[in-house]
Each structure stands twice: as C-alpha cells, then as structure tokens.
Design a protein. Structure first.
Length: 356
C-alpha cells in the first residue's frame, strides 16, 4: 500500500528511497513546472518531485526561513546531488497544461529558460553527471511519482501519456520560437541566471549585428533600385520624347519631299539643283525613319550638299546661311545623335544589370 505525499509549489519538493512505498503527488499547475528526478545507479535508488512556480525567484511566501522562493528548489537539487554520489541523475521537466495548443512551441515545451536554469543550479552544486529530458505535458492536470516512474493524469483524472518535447534545449526552443532576434537577445540578457556562460547572449548579439548589416545592405539596394528605376524612367521619357519629335520631323520632311518632287517634276528637266534637293530630302527621310545616323553624316560629303542646303546669297560665301533643307537637315542630325546616345546609354545600363 502506497502512502501519498503531496508536493506543494515552492515548498521544498520530495525525495524518496526506492522501496519506501511512497507516492509523491502534485496538482494545481496553471503555468508552473514539474520536475521529476530519478537516481537508479545507487543502492538504494531515489526518486523525487518538485513543483516550481518560476525560474524568477521572489520573496519566499510558501515556506518560512528562506531568502527567496527558489531557495528550496536549489536545496532540493543539492540534496539530489549528495544522494547521487557522482552517479547519474535523470531529470524530466515539463509544464502541465490541461488545455494547450500542440502546434504552439511555448505550449508544448517547458517554460523557456527552465532547462538552462536547472543546469545552472547543477553547476552551482558541482553536479556534472546528469541528463535532462524536456516533456510535452499538454493535457496534464496532476502528476504522481513512485519508484516505478511518473504517471500523469488529465481530464477527469484519467491517466494520460506524455512524450518528449520536439526540442530538447532552451537554445532550440528559442531558435524555433518565431521571435525576432532582438526579442531573443532581450530574453538572454534578462535571464542572466539562466544563460550561465553568456552563450545565448553572444549568439543573438551576433545575429542582431548580422541582421543590421543585412538591413543596411537591403536599404542600400532598395535606394539603388529606386535611383535606377527613376533613371530608367527618365531615359524612357527622353527616348519617347525623341521618338515623338522624330515622328513630327518625318512628317515635316515628307511634306517637303512632296513639295520638292512637285517642283522638280513641274520645272525644267535640266534643273539639276532641283533634282539634287529632292534626292537629298528623300534620302534624309529614309535615314531618319531608320535611325541611320551614318547615312546622314555621309550625305555631308556629297558634292552638291553645300549648294542644296544653303541659300544662294553673296553673304553665304562668308557665313553659312542655311535654307529650309539645311535647317531641317541640321535638326535631323541633332535628333538622331541624341536618340543614338539615349539608346546607347540604355543598352549599357541593361548590360550592367544583366552582369550583376
């Protein structure tokens, strides 16, 4: 017949020898942590149960004579260490929740910091030979422990099975918590008694630094993309403007071609100057239409070019006095130069973007 010992939260826990026929029992969790301990390599063996409210110690209110609420827990761990005599202590810890979401990491694992807190206390008592298993205790309402092991009870005090949690360390829980790195760093800094060697703090300081560097790079890239987008838009607007000017110019040249064709056809057949003007305008129209700047530059070398594009005035000998063909020719030349330059710049930008 087992005799039952009830374990009250933050009240010192219980440790029993195997063969003592003592069942340790605890309930009423509401967010507290259950710690089950077993020592099976000594004679006699031992088992124990502790009900801990939080890793954060407060003023002792359950048991008198202690400096803080967690001193009884620290003493319980120290007592286990003495009884183990260097043999392995098996710890199983979990946070019983009668209603919990199995898909939420914080529901299906012990309180974040509990695993490292236990390791910290073991280190303080120079306990080195131990192992810790984190349990998923969703659906658990109360716990009983005897020499055969731990039994968990759920709704209507029906026995319920528990299993190891998905992650077996605070570091893993934190890694998969979904918290931003800054929040993880804040946890590590505020749990100095938990993060014994500053490992978590260093890890998340590095992560935060890397995150800041990546953020700056992303901001710079975004700014560069914004500049390039604006430049491309301006280039596009410039090209569209030049193309619109080209269409207007083509209409003007075409009207001139028609007018000079009529003048040539209705005039004397031996009028070579009229033929050259008509021929030059027709070639200019095709050159502008096909963006052929080379042909326009070549036209300047034609022997009749000067005569076809300048007014037949005495002052033309001293200063160029362009006729309407010369003026439209100059306008066409400038337009195609600008258009070629804009298209070339756009092609260079596209080539650079493809190579990046």
């Amino acid at each position: 017949m087992l005799s039952r010992v009830e374990v009250i939260a933050d009240s010192g826990g219980a440790i029993s020898e195997t063969g003592s026929n003592v069942e340790q029992f605890t309930k009423g969790f509401g967010g507290c942590t259950a710690i089950y301990a077993k020592i099976d390599q000594t004679k006699p063996g031992f088992y124990g149960l502790y009900h801990l409210r939080s890793v954060f110690a407060t003023k002792s209110h359950m048991v008198e004579g202690y400096s803080d609420s967690n001193e009884p827990f620290r003493n319980w761990i120290g007592d286990l260490g003495k009884r183990a005599q260097g043999q392995k202590i098996h710890f199983e810890i979990g946070r019983p929740l009668i209603h919990g979401n199995k898909n939420k990491i914080m529901d299906s694992h012990p309180d974040l910091g509990m695993e490292l807190y236990l390791r910290t206390i073991c280190a303080q008592h120079e306990i080195e030979n131990y192992e810790i298993t984190l349990l998923n205790m969703i659906g658990v309402k109360s716990i009983a422990v005897n020499e055969k092991g731990m039994v968990c009870y759920g709704y209507k005090n029906m026995e319920t099975k528990v299993s190891p949690a998905q992650y077996q360390s605070d570091e893993e829980i934190l890694e998969h918590s979904g918290w931003p790195n800054k929040k993880c760093l804040g946890f590590a800094k505020s749990h100095r008694h938990v993060d014994l060697h500053g490992k978590l703090q260093k890890k998340y300081e590095q992560k935060c630094e890397m995150e800041q560097k990546e953020k700056k790079i992303q901001e710079m890239d975004a700014k560069q993309n914004e500049i390039e987008t604006r430049r491309n838009e301006l280039e596009k607007q410039q090209i569209e403007k030049l193309k619109a000017a080209k269409e207007s110019l083509l209409k003007t040249i075409n009207d001139m071609v028609c007018a000079f064709r009529t003048s040539f056809e209705e005039g004397p057949k031996e009028d070579r100057d009229a033929f050259n003007q008509f021929f030059l305008l027709e070639d200019l129209f095709h050159a502008v239409k096909t963006d052929d700047l080379g042909s326009i530059l070549e036209m300047k070398n034609r022997p009749y070019f000067k005569k076809a594009t300048e007014n037949d005035l005495f002052m033309s000998f001293f200063s160029q006095d362009l006729n309407e063909i010369g003026l439209i020719f100059n306008e066409a030349e400038k337009l195609l130069i600008h258009l070629h330059k804009s298209l070339s710049e756009k092609m260079n930008d596209n080539s650079q973007n493809m190579s990046m």
